[in-house]
Design a protein around this ligand. Structure first.
Ligand code: PEP
Ligand code: MG
Length: 583
């Protein structure tokens, strides 16, 4: 029997309306693996348990392959084959047997220790292929331990029915590995509009409501949900009348975006002739087609790290080269800004132990991580350099906190160029290299950074997080994350003015750039380029084409005088209502 309709309200994270059955996804990961000694007489019984777990793991992988059929890429199929080979490997089994005999500990602990040691060993080796092997070992180890500990896991990759996924938290890697054809909506207790899960949901055009706090406790698998990703509401077990209203809203949303598409080739130009560029942010190479569909003038932010987080990750130089080339070819002469790896924070690779940090957002992230793994960094830079022959590439470094880091990154780029020259691999000599401005120290030293940057791109998601000390993934403090805060507006002005004084352009690739309510203010502050989720481009363009730059400048001056974020937001909202009407 269905329960009475209840409505939850959260953060509208990815637009669109959808209805369907809920699937409650709880992945608590593996518990702490207990350690205890077994009597010598139990040794063979423990060993038999392990052999059975090997059998079951092999069967799971073979079923996975069969079910996926032709949908697996060659790379993904290769990974599963590698796992099967590892399960058959007599040396691997031999190591576990030897340790079991030596320590007489429970088999789960023995498997954990052996695989942990192997992973550590692989990680210290320079060659990237060993690091890939470390990922495989980690995966096989997790599978074996889940079987030994009888932990049932829902595999998001194996979903066979359409569902609305409900979870406490989903990592970006969960979104990359799930069966996207089956996940029609996402509902999460945690997260905010600028969390990477939200960014990916928008990229995949999956409606999402995040930051609901209690959704995973209030919703049961099988409940019918009515999700409105534009308003941030989730209805649980709606009545027929509510469902009908929902269907009408869904139709209206589709018509609205379709109505704007004919303007795709018109410039983003104000009524008084000021032109800016609207570009798309992408996470996966295939999104480049979508960017063109919505009229992007280029890619302003290619979050290259998502290539590493996907199953069958293209961590090798060749895989990266192919992905970058694909985007560049699709975009033709339109510029494509590839941001170098921004791993860490909420984008973790188990084999790098990034998850073990106490404060990952303030830790070994992005450029810091790359500068301390120079081999990995130069591999990426070489892949970008080689792909540069296919189009108009620009390189951008994330999380710069000062000129020293920018210079160190530029030095790595020079080394990568020298390596390409040595291998006689051609690349474009003139590639613009810019800095992301997303840490307050970078914003405050914009004049200094501008001396070594061909452009700036402001990452408002992180800039807001670090300026106001508000974790972008934590729904409890999301109410503080107001980009109209006077501190943010002052920093934005300083960065844009700093760029212009040095004769370079100021772009923005944080979520604020795609917010129609902020467009006039950003224009007035002098922003040259707006890069956003592709679907937002037609909406932002419609706004820009209806405004006068002169008025926008006045608005910016007034907003800068406000003492409180709410004041500036209200001022801007009221201004927009006066200066912009949709039809
Ligand atoms: C930002 O911080 O605003 C940004 C664009 O980078 P990301 O969202 O990938 O951290
Ligand atoms: Mg960022």
């Amino acid at each position: 029997m269905l329960r009475v309709m209840k409505e939850l309200s959260g953060i509208p994270a990815s637009p669109g309306l959808v209805t369907g059955p809920a699937l409650l996804y709880i992945d608590e990961g593996l518990p702490e693996i207990a350690r205890y000694t077994i009597p010598g007489s139990r040794l063979e019984a423990e060993w038999t348990r392990l052999l059975e777990a090997f059998e079951a793991a092999g069967a799971e992988i073979r079923t996975l392959k069969e079910r996926a059929g032709g949908n697996l890429s060659a790379e993904q199929a290769g990974i599963l084959d590698a796992h099967l080979i590892m399960l058959e490997d007599p040396e691997f089994r031999g190591e576990i047997r030897a340790r079991l005999e030596k320590t007489l500990e429970n088999i789960e602990r023995v498997v954990y220790e052996v695989t942990h040691d192997l992973i550590q060993k692989m990680m210290t080796l320079q060659d990237a292929s060993f690091r890939e092997r470390a990922v495989d070992i980690a995966d096989v180890s997790r599978r074996l331990l889940s079987i030994l500990l009888s932990i049932k896991r829902i595999s998001l990759a194996e979903l066979e029915e359409d569902v609305i996924l409900v979870a406490r938290d989903l990592l970006p890697s969960d979104l990359l590995s799930m069966n996207r054809d089956r996940v029609k909506g996402i509902v999460m207790d945690m997260g905010s509009r600028t969390s990477h899960t939200a960014i990916l949901a928008r990229a995949f055009e999956i409606p999402a409501v995040l930051g609901l706090s209690t959704a995973s406790r209030e919703i049961l698998t099988g409940d019918i949900l009515m999700l409105n990703g534009s308003l941030g509401s989730v209805g649980i077990n709606p009545s027929d009348i509510n469902l009908e209203r929902y269907r009408q809203d869904a139709g209206y949303y589709r018509t609205k975006i379709e109505g704007l598409l004919p303007a795709r080739d018109l410039p983003a130009e104000t009524l008084d002739g000021f032109r800016v560029t609207l570009k798309a942010n992408i996470e996966m190479p295939e999104e480049a087609d979508q960017a063109l569909h919505y009229g992007a003038g280029g890619i302003g932010l290619y979050r290259s790290e998502f290539l590493f987080l996907s199953p069958g990750a293209a961590a090798k130089e060749e895989g990266q080269y192919l992905a970058y080339s694909r985007v560049l070819k699709t975009m033709g002469e339109r510029p494509v800004t590839i941001r170098t790896l921004d791993l860490g924070g909420d984008k973790i690779l188990p084999e790098f132990h990034l998850a073990e940090e106490k404060n990952p957002l303030l830790g070994w992230r992005a450029l810091r991580f790359c500068l301390s793994t120079p081999e990995l960094f130069r591999t990426q830079l070489r892949a970008i350099l080689r792909a540069s022959m296919e189009g108009n590439v620009r390189i951008m470094f994330p999380m710069i906190s000062g000129i020293g880091e920018l210079e160190a990154a530029l030095a790595c780029l020079e080394e990568a160029k020298a390596e390409c020259r040595e291998k006689q691999q051609p690349f474009r000599e003139r590639i613009e290299v810019g800095a992301m401005i997303e840490i307050p120290s970078a914003a405050l030293t914009a004049d200094i950074l501008a001396r070594r940057s061909a452009f700036f791109s402001i990452g408002t998601n992180d800039l807001l997080q670090y300026t106001l000390a508000v974790d972008r993934g934590n729904e409890k403090v999301n109410y503080l994350a107001n980009p109209f805060h006077p501190a943010m507006l002052r920093l934005l002005r300083q960065v844009i003015d700093g760029a212009h004084a040095a004769g370079i352009k100021a772009a923005m690739c944080g979520e604020l750039a795609g917010d129609t309510q902020a467009a006039a203010l950003l224009l007035g502050l002098g922003l040259d380029e707006f890069s956003m989720n592709a679907r937002s481009i037609p909406f932002v363009k419609q706004v820009i084409r209806a405004l006068r730059m002169e008025d926008c400048r006045e608005l910016a001056l007034e907003a800068l005088q406000c003492s409180r974020p709410e004041e500036a937001a209200t001022l801007t909202g009221a201004w927009m209502a006066r200066h912009f009407t949709e039809d």
